[in-house]
Design a protein around this ligand. Structure first.
Ligand SMILES: *[C@@H]1O[C@H](CO)[C@@H](O)[C@H](O)[C@H]1NC(C)=O
Ligand SMILES: *[C@@H]1O[C@H](CO)[C@@H](O)[C@H](O)[C@H]1NC(C)=O
Ligand SMILES: *[C@@H]1O[C@H](CO)[C@@H](O)[C@H](O)[C@H]1NC(C)=O
Ligand SMILES: *[C@@H]1O[C@H](CO)[C@@H](O)[C@H](O)[C@H]1NC(C)=O
Ligand SMILES: *[C@@H]1O[C@H](CO)[C@@H](O)[C@H](O)[C@H]1NC(C)=O
Length: 778
């Protein structure tokens, strides 16, 4: 309805029947032949004109004409006009742009994955290998990474171009100027910047310029954080409010950055709630990025439930990027821990989950009975060295707040100052109030500090937030201990000991509770996510146009900040891609993804299988192939390569015949299981299936690989041939994997589809090329 109101205000003259008009994307597939840009625009215009009353109306309704790789346009249409267009020749599909569905998925991490120096013998060995990798990749120097996000803070030292060589000759992009952003804000590090908001404004009316800059400048922090994670320079002596002191560096510190700002504040909401990103704006950005000559795209944006590929702007944009051999990494989403919560599931995307690093911000809570609980926080505020009265939020609410389990959420206005003043308050996660806001509510009610308690689904991943008062975050087990203590005594007391940064925390990594999970809801025969990387409590550069908590009530300004999300893990993988691309310029995007996936790790730093945030073994629906290991990925031995045509054939098979108009689906296309993917998922296996895969030798010329298999429980798996002989680099060998249900008639306990997990590997004594598999029974 908001759409309608704004239209009435701003575009009234245009509209006859406001109620039904929406932005639609009219998609023609790819461009065939060499049309000049203005010819393409005329061509799109002619289609619009055929459904609109006048030349003027057609022109005014057009938001974008996608002219480079993507062929299509975005325009305001009525459903009737959309239907008419969809029936026209050459139009591949017409779909409404999703409104307010896409959001941002909100440096120690590099040492942790072995890209920076650490301590100890093991670390020294890692350090040497790492330096080799970075040097081989020349720190990503010739690689251009496009960030589709919400802008950048160009003054950050992380984006200094000091000592960098000239901009790569292949670069064709621009530095688009705007509010508080002029051409001097681009340099040899930030080589390009653009912004897109026609879709946003068509829905919301003009941007409120007190909430964001109408330019590539970041007024939030997210875009600056992700960009510096990919390619920030090495900056010494940084910290987040005193925590995590040390050197900050992106994974590919000499790679070039191109900024595409597509996400903007949600009107009428506080900035803490995040941004919204419109599909038509993202498509325009990706189309430009392709033409500009980026090599890698990092997109920390998604929806909580994915759309089918033909109606998914990121998937369509990413397919065009893949056609141009650009590698696309996307965040899996922060909708965990439930199953089937994953976004960005297209097989031409690297879908990245989030896990912890081995750094903790230990901020202990001491109870009056002497019990010490290990909390985490990066608040700079400290309590005096004494005990304070301790209360549970639900026991100190104002009259009228429902006494159910939301009462402990510390929602705004819920706490009674009379019962809170001078005390420590235990608040639980969840409800309307965001974590930072719960602390603000405690402060408002006169509390001296607060304890942010996990619910069971948050497990033991503790968000280290820069709260505005003394605070710590504790696990759900500790919540139980605190509540039992409160019940056990008349005068419960506690104190929070000031926090400190602890390295080599164990176990690490574990999967973040919020990381979105498989199985893939769009195609249950593609295993997603692909991989996991650091996404919990990550330090990187921040916007000085925002506060570290993004709250308007927080007056602080910081240059570096700690943030969590698959938004943070995606740029880690994008950086690894940039290094691999530098080392192997001729590898396809699929080969690079394969290298990362088949070399990923499965054990944590105590030598045990990676767990979820409650300590239970994690599975491929959380981490895909495992935790990324860039140094190993540089030399994977074999890769599972996939061409653009393979993806189109795959789409034919799943009934999406339309993403590239120049391609005609054959009568029979290979089943989606047979897409040459580095992992394997089989949904609802009846009895037996045989799947083909092809590996390409990228290791030593002469090599012999032996297969081994760990069958999923309840299935038998055979790999044939079981030995592969190679005698030159680039040689391809195919093999078959036969999966058979041991007891196909086994009755299922319930309706839920239950997957069993296993893997198969190829090993030549040097390389271990591992593929996870997930199988369910019909
Ligand atoms: C860009 O802005 C900065 C700071 O306001 C100013 O010093 C500089 O001269 C401007 N550069 C251009 C090219 O306008
Ligand atoms: C713009 O945003 C500011 C800050 O949120 C708000 O106070 C103001 O009312 C907004 N202006 C309009 C026109 O919505
Ligand atoms: C690091 O920064 C702090 C605070 O800004 C300063 O006091 C200190 O001297 C700096 N250390 C180095 C080695 O630059
Ligand atoms: C708690 O009570 C309020 C008001 O009655 C209701 O809106 C809310 O859904 C309840 N929450 C739960 C978790 O039961
Ligand atoms: C990489 O590709 C380029 C252009 O296609 C070609 O000239 C070059 O020989 C290739 N390099 C290798 C190592 O295959």
């Amino acid at each position: 309805m908001r759409f309608c109101v704004f239209f009435l205000l701003f575009l009234l003259p245009l509209l006859a029947s406001c109620a039904e008009r929406k932005v639609y994307i009219v998609y023609f597939g790819g461009h065939s032949g060499q049309k000049a840009l203005h010819e393409i625009e005329d061509y799109h215009h002619s289609y619009l004109l055929s459904v609109k009353a006048s030349e003027e109306e057609a022109r005014d309704s057009l938001l974008y004409s996608y002219k480079h790789s993507i062929n299509g346009f975005a325009a305001v249409l009525s459903p009737q006009e959309a239907t008419k267009l969809s029936e026209m020749d050459e139009v591949v599909s017409v779909f409404p742009s999703q409104r307010k569905k896409h959001t941002l998925h909100t440096t120690r991490s590099w040492e942790f994955v072995g890209l920076e120096k650490g301590l100890g013998r093991e670390q020294l060995k890692k350090q040497k290998k790492t330096r080799n990798l970075l040097e081989k990749a020349r720190y990503g120097d010739q690689i251009i990474v496009g960030m589709v996000d919400n802008g950048v803070w160009p003054e950050s030292k992380s984006f200094s171009d000091e000592g960098m060589g000239p901009i790569p000759k292949s670069w064709k992009g621009i530095c688009q100027t705007g509010v508080a952003f002029n051409s001097s804000d681009c340099n040899r590090k930030l080589i390009g910047a653009r912004y897109y908001l026609k879709g946003y404004e068509s829905d919301n009316g003009p941007l409120n310029t007190t909430t964001d800059y109408r330019s590539p400048r970041d007024k939030d922090g997210h875009g600056t954080h992700t960009a510096s994670t990919v390619a920030g320079r090495r900056v010494h002596n940084v910290s987040a409010l005193g925590y995590a002191p040390g050197t900050a560096s992106g994974g590919a510190p000499l790679a070039r950055l191109a900024i595409y700002k597509v996400c903007w504040p949600i009107p009428g909401q506080t900035k803490v709630k995040g941004n919204t990103c419109y599909e038509e704006d993202m498509l325009a950005a990706i189309d430009d990025a392709i033409a500009d000559g980026v090599h890698v795209l990092s997109i920390s944006i998604g929806t909580s439930t994915p759309f089918t590929y033909a109606k998914d702007g990121i998937a369509i944009g990413a397919l065009h990027a893949t056609k141009n051999n650009i590698v696309v990494a996307c965040s899996a989403g922060n909708s965990g821990p439930g199953p089937s919560t994953l976004s960005n599931p297209a097989p031409w995307i690297i879908t990245v989950g989030a896990s912890s690093v081995d750094r903790a911000f230990v901020t202990p809570l001491v109870l009056g009975n002497g019990m010490k609980l290990m909390g985490e926080s990066v608040t700079p505020y400290k309590l005096k060295k004494k005990m304070y009265p301790l209360v549970f939020a639900a026991d100190v609410v104002v009259p009228g707040v429902p006494k159910n389990n939301t009462a402990a959420n510390c929602n705004f206005g819920s706490l009674d100052p009379k019962k809170v003043k001078g005390k420590l308050v235990l608040c639980l996660r969840g409800g309307i109030a965001l974590r930072i806001e719960k602390g603000i509510e405690v402060k408002r009610a006169g509390g001296v500090g607060f304890i942010l308690g996990n619910t069971p689904e948050n497990g033991f991943d503790l968000p280290a937030d820069p709260h505005l008062l003394p605070a710590t975050a504790v696990s759900s087990e500790d919540v139980t201990k605190i509540r039992n203590y409160i019940k056990s005594t008349k005068k419960p007391m506690a104190t929070i000991i000031p926090g400190r940064t602890v390295l080599h925390a164990k176990p690490a990594p574990f999967m973040a509770s919020f990381t979105s999970r498989g199985p893939n809801t769009i195609d249950p025969n593609i295993l997603k996510p692909d991989i996991t990387g650091p996404g919990l409590n990550i330090l990187a550069a921040w916007s000085e146009g925002s506060s570290p908590t993004r709250s308007e009530l927080d007056p602080r300004v910081v240059k570096y900040n700690i943030f969590s999300g698959t938004s943070m893990s995606c740029p880690h993988v994008a950086a690894a891609v940039a290094l691999l691309k530098a080392i192997h310029p001729n590898w396809s995007s699929a080969a690079i993804r394969s290298a990362l996936m088949t070399t990923a790790g499965l054990v944590n730093n105590i030598g045990k299988p990676i767990t979820d945030s409650s300590g239970n073994p994690a599975n491929p629906f959380q981490y895909g192939s495992g935790h990324f290991r860039p140094t190993k990925a540089a030399d994977p031995g074999l890769v599972y390569d996939t061409t653009y045509t393979d993806y189109l054939l795959y789409l034919c098979n799943i009934g999406v015949k339309s993403l590239d108009s120049s391609f005609n689906c054959p009568k029979v296309s290979p089943s989606s299981n047979n897409l040459n993917y580095p992992s394997l998922q089989i949904s609802k296996l009846k009895r037996k299936v045989t799947i083909t895969r092809t590996v390409t030798n990228v290791g030593s010329a002469r090599s012999i690989y032996f297969s081994s298999v760990k069958s999923p429980v309840g299935f038998s798996v055979r790999v044939e041939p079981s030995i592969l002989y190679f005698n030159h680099v680039g040689q391809k060998k195919s093999f078959c994997i036969t999966v058979e249900a041991r007891n196909p008639k086994a009755s299922k306990k319930n309706d839920a589809e239950e997957y069993a997990f296993g893997w198969y590997t190829w090993n030549d004594g040097i390389h271990n090329v591992r593929s996870p598999m997930a199988v369910s029974l019909a």
